[in-house]
Design a protein around this ligand. Sequence first.
Ligand code: A2P
Length: 345
Amino acid sequence: GGINVAILGATGAVGQELLQLLATRQFPLKNLKLLASPRSAGTTINYSGEELEVEAVAEDSFQDVDLVLASAGSSTSKTWAAKAVAAGAVVIDNSSAFRMNPEVPLVVPEINPEAAAKHQGIIANPNCTTILMGVAIYPLHQVQPIKRVVVSTYQSASGAGARAMEEVKTQSQAILAGETPQPEILPYPLAFNLFPHNSPLNEQGYCEEEMKMINETRKIFNAPQLSLSATCVRVPVLRAHSEAINLEFEQPFAVQQARDIIAQAKGVKLVEDWQANYFPMPIDATGKDEVLVGRIRQDLSHPCGLELWLCGDQIRKGAALNAIQIAELLLQENWLKTTNSKVVV
Ligand code: A2P
């Protein structure tokens, strides 16, 4: 049994997490291929006690591959995803390259698993902040449709990759040593600082990260009319994102009911100790599968509003875990078929 899997971007932060999750979740693997850029070709990565050699992705990389887990950036996915599909593989793509393509399902298994059935070779894994918000608010949306979302994010360095995580550590050490280091990977110093997300800005002043949260949430929820606004900020945290979310409903939503719903929903964990003033924190979300949700309270400015706070591991549920859960869903439902595949460009 088992299938042939290739990880494109195996040396990256998400690639490394994918490897760990394949092992710990006992994913039914037949063969595992590690692909990255020519820079990493020939290096080895330990997988379950075995040293596997990293290969530079090439035209013949996808022969005999059933499933590609891609996390090597948008341009790499644009170059290779269609080739992998043409070679007979299904691609679960962590980049933004295909997310808004109407032919490509955008899937969070706790929210819209059925969308994966219609894939034509590529399934997109949503943006990390979008996944984390989605698993937290969708259970409420199912009970009472959400009218409007206003979200502010506190995003970790991991979203900018393994090298950005390293930069925050070395930058912190340098600053503590009295130096003024020049940032190389991130655009501005992140240690002892924060800055609005540096993705490209549109004419209305929203950055790409903010527009991803807006557009991707509408697609995943199948709610094209949903009103959303977002402010995305990078903070000096290593690998878990936090979000402050304001929700407006048509009718008042009882706080206790919202807590009960979150306490029972899949993929989230209610973390609230009002006596101790203890709520979700990035250090507690790190390395966890669940998105931690707390501080659920009435919006004092609106009778139909709720406020909540969440933290979730960006590399795990925000990226690698969600991709693996999609893969597990495909296997479970027997949707890992390529007969209806056509090349998406
Ligand atoms: P490499 O390590 O060889 O550069 P992160 O998001 O943590 O920065 O990781 C990015 C991942 O994408 C790495 O595995 C990186 O490989 C890979 N990658 C980047 N550019 C390319 C490319 N042009 N072709 C294949 N893999 C790439």
